[in-house]
Design a protein. Structure first.
Length: 707
């Protein structure tokens, strides 16, 4: 048993040294710092990345796929002909988050007469409001003409607007540390569940006390690793953020920005407080256990002194009897009835005391302090709350259509992983090595009962894990190609294959090896101990136990590999899915100074109908009117149709505005105020559903770029 704890201590020491190496790589003398993690990505901008505009913008707007913190910044540099090589800073002030949209970063520019023609670069740094990770990137556009040779073709996409994380030395060490934190969390949860719900129903009090004694040091180690991991993760996030803005590597302001201005920082404080409470509760239980052992030791010493005094009196009585036998016998009168009762009463305590001594000795061989029900409840609540804070800090819950439902499923998935992975590790690394020593005569029976008690917990955890995995895949994997082309998708695919292997090994252990061990345990006492058949069955039983031990160790290794895939997925973040927009066509629809005419109309054909749509004036923040004309295959105007119009922003969810356009005229019209639709500049999607009498319904989709 001790060798496993030795291996675990060596493992955690190696990971701790790796984290120190990671911290040292961020020092000012260690060279340039690279961004190692990213979760909030750019999905749109105004001006569009790569475009050429004829009128100088007053504000540069950047749209993200997730909420960002107020500490996010963007700097706009102009590169006119003959200007400095590093560009001219043309910001009119600090960047700010749009009051109506937490996913929009606005940067005001200098007046138009101070903005020269030429190429422009927007170097942005965003701090995720949810998980505290930093993203950065570059957006370029041309004003009037290009001074840098840019083609001026809109090309918004991941490869042009965002800098993605790279799995270099810093990234590898960051993944390793995140993996350590996950291991510590799930092993701690597994120990708590096993000790309170599995082992007490299958083992004796003596074995339970020894198991808790061995697992207490493991819980302390795992909780300490969790605390160290949380502190280091906060430092890494702050240094990543400050390194993209300044040349400093460690900045107190960066820590305060993350802790005080992000949801991750607030949840980090709560999580650290919960871990400290768990450590204090564990220390208090250890203190109570030592007190109980000290009091039991005192009882043993008092009983031992009493037994020694009784033995001395009994030895003295035997010596006196021996001396009396050597002398001349003196006739002794028969005792009266009352004297006999007195003699029996005096002798009775001696007999009862002598008979009670073995029972006292057996009852105090293994003193144990059992935690109360409230302690068990508190420890389980602490573990559940720690996992809940991790779920609330995850960016995936913000990217789904149903964040509450997905958040609940992700929390249940974390709990299921902790129960499945942690219980298997507990059974393989703590329980199995301890059983032959703590219960040498009946360890096989105890193992069978323990595995049978663990069976419903493991099966329940498996079912929850599978459901949460399907939801996670649906929320993050948009197309099957991402499973092979994206690093997040590849890690997700490998994780799914490893979970499949774990299912196979778990089924082999619980549904093949466990019944086999149970049959061998039942049939073993049937044969006499001196017969060769008994020894043969004993050898077969021991062989089955070794097979179960190897299977549990294999499952533990597979669980560790699965958590490594989860750490890689956290590092690369969910894949960026950009809206399917033709920016080249949309830019031509924007009215400019050189082309003050209203945007050109768009025409589509579907279901024997021709629809022509135009939005006037196609400006954000004002009332816009949608004009729609319909004609049939013969070119006749359609005036008897029921038209339903739905408007939403293409690159983010700004709320859907719906209205039914009145019929009776050749042109269907509807007006929308700034509070209803077209409240922000950028691409908007217009969904049109046409329903005519005795005709199948027709659906069309238009995209309009609002200036």
């Amino acid at each position: 048993m001790r060798q496993y704890f030795t291996y675990l201590k060596i493992f955690f020491l190696a990971i701790f040294c790796a984290s120190l190496l990671l911290l040292g790589s961020w020092l000012p003398l260690a060279g340039p710092v690279l961004t190692v993690s990213a979760h909030s990505f750019v999905i749109g901008s105004e001006p569009v990345d790569g475009s050429t505009v004829s009128k100088a913008p007053s504000v540069v707007r950047i749209f993200f796929d997730a909420p960002i913190a107020s500490a996010s910044q963007a700097n706009v540099y102009a590169f006119p002909p003959g200007g400095p090589a590093n560009g001219l800073l043309v910001n009119a002030g600090q960047s700010s988050i749009n009051a109506n949209n937490s996913r929009e970063l606005d940067t005001a520019l200098l007046p138009a007469n101070k903005l020269p023609q030429g190429g422009y670069e927007v170097r942005w740094t965003a701090l995720s409001l949810t998980d505290g990770h930093t993203t950065s990137g570059l957006i370029g556009f041309n004003l009037g003409q290009s001074s840098t040779g840019a083609a001026g073709i809109p090309k918004l996409g991941p490869s042009t607007s965002n800098y993605f994380p790279q799995l270099n030395l810093q990234g590898t060490l960051a993944v390793a540390w995140d993996w350590l934190v996950l291991l510590a969390l799930f092993f701690w949860v597994g120990i708590v569940v096993s000790e309170y719900f599995i082992v007490p129903h299958s083992a004796s009090a003596t074995f339970l006390a020894q198991a808790r004694k061995h697992s207490r040091s493991s819980q302390t180690l795992y909780l300490a690793a969790l605390l160290a991991g949380e502190v280091l993760n906060l430092i890494l996030r702050s240094m990543t953020f400050t390194s993209t803005l300044t040349d400093t590597r460690i900045n107190v302001d960066g820590l305060s920005q993350i802790v005080l201005h992000t949801h991750y920082g607030w949840l980090w404080l709560v999580r650290v407080s919960l871990l400290v409470l768990a450590l204090l509760l564990l220390g208090w239980n250890s203190y109570r256990q030592r007190q109980f052992q000290d009091s039991s030791t005192g009882s043993v010493s008092v009983s031992s002194q009493a037994s020694r005094s009784f033995r001395q009196l009994r030895q003295q009585a035997r010596q006196e009897n021996a001396l009396g036998m050597s002398a001349k016998p003196v006739p002794t009168p028969m005792p009266t009835r009352s004297q006999a009762r007195v003699t029996d009463a005096v002798a009775a305590p001696a007999r009862s005391t002598t008979a009670a001594l073995p029972r006292i000795t057996r009852s105090i061989e293994t003193p144990a302090h059992t935690p109360g029900a409230w302690q068990m409840l508190v420890e389980l609540v602490l573990a559940a709350l720690v996992m809940l804070t991790l779920v609330l800090s995850n960016e995936i819950t913000q990217l789904t259509a149903l964040p509450i439902s997905v958040g609940v499923l992700m929390w249940l998935g974390l709990a299921a992983q902790g129960i499945w992975f942690g219980c298997i590790a507990y059974l393989g690394l703590i329980l199995l090595p301890l059983l032959p020593k703590a219960d040498p005569d009946h360890h096989a029976e105890t193992l069978v009962r323990t595995l049978k008690c663990a069976l419903p917990w493991l099966l329940s955890a498996l079912s929850v894990l599978l459901v949460s995995g399907l939801v996670l895949g649906e929320a993050t994997i948009q197309v099957p190609e991402q499973l092979l082309n994206d690093p997040y998708g590849r890690a997700f695919l490998v994780r799914a294959l490893l979970i499949l292997l774990m299912l196979i090994f778990t089924g082999y252990t619980l549904f093949f090896l466990l019944p086999k061990l149970q049959r061998q345990t039942v049939l073993l006492p049937v044969v006499d101990a001196e017969m060769p058949a008994r020894r043969t069955r004993t050898f077969a039983l021991e062989r089955t136990e070794r097979t179960i031990k190897r299977a549990l160790h294999t499952l533990t290794c597979l669980a560790a590999a699965t958590l490594l895939c989860v750490a890689v997925m956290n590092f690369f973040a969910p894949p960026v899915v950009l809206p399917n927009l033709d920016y080249s066509a949309l830019v031509n629809l924007v009215p400019t100074t050189s082309n003050p005419a209203p945007p050109a109309s768009q025409t589509q054909q579907a279901g024997g109908l021709t629809a022509t749509l135009q939005v006037l004036p196609a400006h954000a923040g004002v009332t816009n009117t949608v004009l729609l004309t319909l004609s049939d295959a013969q070119g006749k105007a359609v005036t008897d149709a029921t038209v339903k119009l739905s408007i939403d922003m293409a690159i983010m969810n700004m709320g859907t505005a719906s209205e039914t356009l009145p019929s009776g005229n050749a042109t269907y019209t509807a007006s929308f105020t700034a509070s209803q639709a077209f409240s922000m500049a950028g691409p908007w999607t217009l969904q049109i559903e046409v329903d005519r009498p005795d005709q199948p319904p027709v659906s069309m989709t238009f995209q309009v770029l609002v200036a």
